[in-house]
Design a protein around this ligand. Structure first.
Ligand code: NAD
Length: 265
């Protein structure tokens, strides 16, 4: 019960990593607001958690919805202890134009940044305001390994995630300057097996070989599981990480550790 008595809001929690984080937080004793634009699945996740959770529809691109959601939480609980800015998109779905630096459309570029970056900016803004009352809290931004290295085929996604990494540090420093015990850290996952991957993996006989292809450069040679990311989020949300702020934690099976080049190369 590392999060007993804490109130948490998780965005994009209807499935994938966000759902796993919501479940882990509830298992550790927190009351969790499961939020998403996918109301059907979001409601089902919250319902399955019984008295430990409630669903709240929240489109992270909407400033009005952020204001209303955080004000409603403060009204009900008097505090917000944890925010996880998890909602994110690749922007590939329904877009035939490649997302490389030469061909990506300005429309797609802006749309990816609107969810992945503007959404995180708004989340941090309203979480800081909500956490001012108690003066304590933990903001966790889900960036990506793509926020640390360039990704030529997903330039908009990589740019948005790099900005999330940097904004996390601005938020951490701002809160410290303000004398608040509000910490802000980023998590950088890679190759986590969630529905985000399904269009690329397929369900046919090629699925196994597709999976092997995507993890061939991953030192641990497998996909990570959403629960493994959730475990890191629990640690950053709990008081045990009270001296960690402005930090970035990779959870990527070793990809960012570097290539295993032989000494002669
Ligand atoms: P997913 O696609 O399975 O789930 C994302 C959820 O976000 C969905 O429920 C979706 O409805 C919701 N969402 C989308 N737009 C939204 C909006 N405007 N407002 C509110 N909710 C919205 O994705 P996932 O794999 O679980 O990824 C979660 C986070 O982790 C994302 O930020 C993603 O970029 C990041 N990430 C994932 C991986 C991976 O390999 N899965 C790797 C690195 C980073």
């Amino acid at each position: 019960m590392r999060l007993e008595g804490k109130v948490a809001l998780v965005t994009g929690a209807a499935r994938g990593i966000g759902e796993a984080i919501a479940r882990a937080f509830a298992a550790e004793g927190a009351f969790v607001y499961v939020s998403d634009i996918d109301q059907g699945n979001g409601y089902a996740v919250a319902q399955s958690l019984g008295h430990s959770a409630s669903f709240v529809p929240l489109d992270v691109r909407s400033e009005i919805e952020w204001r209303e959601t955080t004000e409603a939480i403060i009204q009900k609980h008097g505090k917000l202890d944890i925010l996880v800015n998890n909602a994110g998109i690749t922007g590939f779905e329904g877009d035939d134009v490649p997302h490389d630096p030469e061909n990506a459309s300005l429309e797609a570029w802006r749309s990816v940044h609107e969810t992945n970056l503007d959404g995180v900016f708004l989340g941090c803004k309203y979480a800081i305001r909500a956490m001012r009352g108690s003066g304590t809290g933990s903001i966790i931004n889900i960036s990506s390994r793509s926020g640390i290295v360039g990704i030529p085929t997903a330039a908009a996604y990589a740019s948005s995630k790099a900005a999330v990494r940097n904004h996390t540090k601005s938020v951490a420093l701002y809160c410290a300057q303000q004398g608040m015990k509000v910490r802000c850290n980023s998590i950088h996952p890679a190759a986590i097996l969630t529905p985000m991957w399904e269009p690329m993996l397929g369900s046919g006989p090629d699925r196994e070989s597709n999976m092997a292809m995507f993890v061939q450069d991953t030192p641990l040679r497998r996909f990570g599981m959403p629960e493994e990311v959730a475990a890191v989020a629990v640690m950053l949300a709990a008081d045990e990480s009270s001296y960690i702020t402005g930090a970035e934690i990779n959870i990527d099976g070793g990809i960012l550790a570097g290539s295993a080049a032989a000494p002669s190369q």
